[in-house]
Design a protein around this ligand. Sequence first.
Ligand code: NAP
Length: 250
Amino acid sequence: MTSTSVLLLAGTSEAAELAALLADRDDVAVLASLAGRTRSPTPLPCPVRVGGFGGLGGLVAALRDGGHHLLVDATHPFATQMPGNAAKAAAIAGVPRLRLLRPPWRPVDGDRWHCVASLVAAAVELRAMGARRVFVSTGRLDLAPFAALAGVHVLIRSIEPPDPGVLPGPTVVIDRGPFDIESELALLRQHCVDAVVTKNSGGAATAAKLTAARRLGLPVVVVDRPPAPDGPVVATAAEAVAWIGAHRHR
Ligand code: NAP
């Protein structure tokens, strides 16, 4: 049987789900690629390479040299470089590409969302609303725009500690999702949070903070996603498996 080689741009729960769905298939060989941002990434049930490719040319070379038949871009909705590089590299190398992208969250009745276009705009919005104690749930690499919020107490939660000095005197909680509503309610109450900031990452693992904020009547500043390149998009790992089946190497 001819095996279809898939280069999987990973770093998300959807990528991990896809790798798991394909792990026992002997007609599909997956090589997962991680950027290497997290020192202890969740283990994947497939071979893994770590680190950037060195830009567009490096990704084209990786596709060709690796003999990959398909490229699945399952990077995060807020990954800014990789989706564009993936689209261009796949076109150059003549390799079909799929974007695996979880749907964004949508507001429901009772939500007090303030949608903004960027992290910088989120900091401006927080200042405009007079927030004093903010839960910044954007991740440790996206904190710099909030350093300008003088006099505002910032609560951060991340998998690894943020760089020291990125913000003046934050409270840091080290934790890894998924999170449930009760624990999110407890966190917001314990730290007397009066506003929440989040990127519109979508997905179930970190959605409970939105429900908790709604129940407490708190405003949430929601950073909209960057635009995605054109091309086929699916929302779930199961749909990605079907796409791989339809494009398998013969
Ligand atoms: P990015 O802006 O798209 O990527 C920056 C550079 O990191 C890319 O140009 C590439 O370097 C390298 N890179 C990114 N993803 C890679 C992958 N899967 N395998 C190999 N190299 C990769 O993305 P980012 O925002 O820095 O995020 C980095 C990674 O963390 C992504 O894989 C993303 O899925 C994951 N992540 C991001 C967020 C977020 O909020 N941004 C949240 C959770 C997870 P070269 O140009 O050298 O190839």
